[in-house]
Write a protein that binds this ligand. Structure first.
Ligand SMILES: C[S@@+](CC[C@H](N)C(=O)[O-])C[C@H]1O[C@@H](n2cnc3c(N)ncnc32)[C@H](O)[C@@H]1O
Length: 284
């Protein structure tokens, strides 16, 4: 841990995490699309509004939001990773959308323009702040009075079969790290509804609402792709990297994961139940 805000997350998303995410860009986009669509619908954007997309990853939600706006509307993306900015710029070039811009910056510490945005949006990009109250205060300041905050984050690890079941397999071979203390930056840091409401209220927001959103999560088109995703990138991959740095039992874990995933084969690919939280709030 260094003194600089979000140093560990910045290192992860500018390094291995960012590279692996971009390497699976299209797969992840297809898997996360229903969660993003739910949040986009809830954002109810229109006309010439100005929006901010936080932690945009490969930029697809920024593009989708901008496409819903009129020619005078604009969506600015902010992400802590230069790898992601490059991927999003390439994705935007391939789209017809022009009213869009991307910036590499930390949403917690960046000097965001004051009273500027009609809405701030994020799909799974706001769970990595080491000081969430400071981060959401910064976001709050950037909204116009009455402006909306809409984001999707993960519900608890145990509410997500796509995380829980593979980790049960992994636990047969190595000791899976216990859940970090509530609030530790990471995918599940905002999974406690009471905590989310307390953070957003402390940051100044009113009308905070948290709604569960459940949908099957596509881990891969086939068992091989799903195993590779779980071993490399998901919370399962993180646990394996920590507990088995030398890779001694990876082949055995992969075999048992393949057997598990084979029983979750559906028309859409390998799917397991997933649960997110749709969070909405407003600046006073
Ligand atoms: C789980 S990915 C989600 C990416 C994208 N929103 C999506 O749904 O595909 C999290 C993203 O948040 C970004 N991120 C993490 N901490 C951040 C911070 N403090 N400020 C801005 N972006 C951040 C990461 O670089 C990464 O692109």
């Amino acid at each position: 841990m260094t003194d600089k805000a979000n140093a560990e997350m910045a290192k992860f998303w500018n390094g291995e995490g960012g590279q692996k995410w971009v390497g699976r860009e299209d797969r992840l986009e297809a898997s996360l699309q229903p969660f993003g669509q739910c949040a986009i619908d809830a954002a109810m954007i229109s006309g010439d509004e100005r929006g901010l997309d936080i932690g945009f990853g490969c930029g697809e939600t920024t593009i989708q939001l901008a496409a819903e706006l009129g020619p005078g509307g604009h969506v600015h993306g902010l992400d802590i990773s230069t790898t992601m900015v490059e991927a999003a710029q390439n994705r935007a070039k391939r789209s017809a959308v022009k009213n869009i811009s991307f910036e590499c910056a930390d949403a917690q510490t960046s000097a965001l323009p004051e009273n500027h945005y009609d809405f701030v949006f994020s799909r799974f990009g706001v769970m990595f702040f080491d000081d969430p109250v400071t981060a959401f205060k910064n976001i709050y300041r950037s909204l116009k009075p009455g402006g909306r905050l809409v984001f999707m984050c993960w519900a608890g690890r145990d509410d997500n079969a796509w995380v829980r079941l593979p980790l049960e397999v992994v636990a047969n071979y190595i000791s899976v790290p216990a859940l970090p203390p509530s609030g530790t930056p990471g995918p599940f840091s905002l999974s406690d509804e009471t905590r989310v409401k307390s953070i957003l209220n402390e940051a100044g927001f009113c009308d905070v609402a948290v709604e569960p959103f459940q949908t099957p999560f596509v881990l891969g088109a086939d068992v091989d792709e799903a195993v590779s995703y779980l071993m490399e990138l998901s919370p399962t991959g993180g646990a394996i990297r920590l507990a088995d740095p030398d890779g001694d039992v990876r082949a055995s874990i992969a075999d048992e994961l393949a057997a598990l995933l084979d029983s979750h084969n559906s028309e859409s690919g390998i799917t397991m139940d997933a649960s997110g939280l749709l969070v909405t709030a407003r600046k006073v």
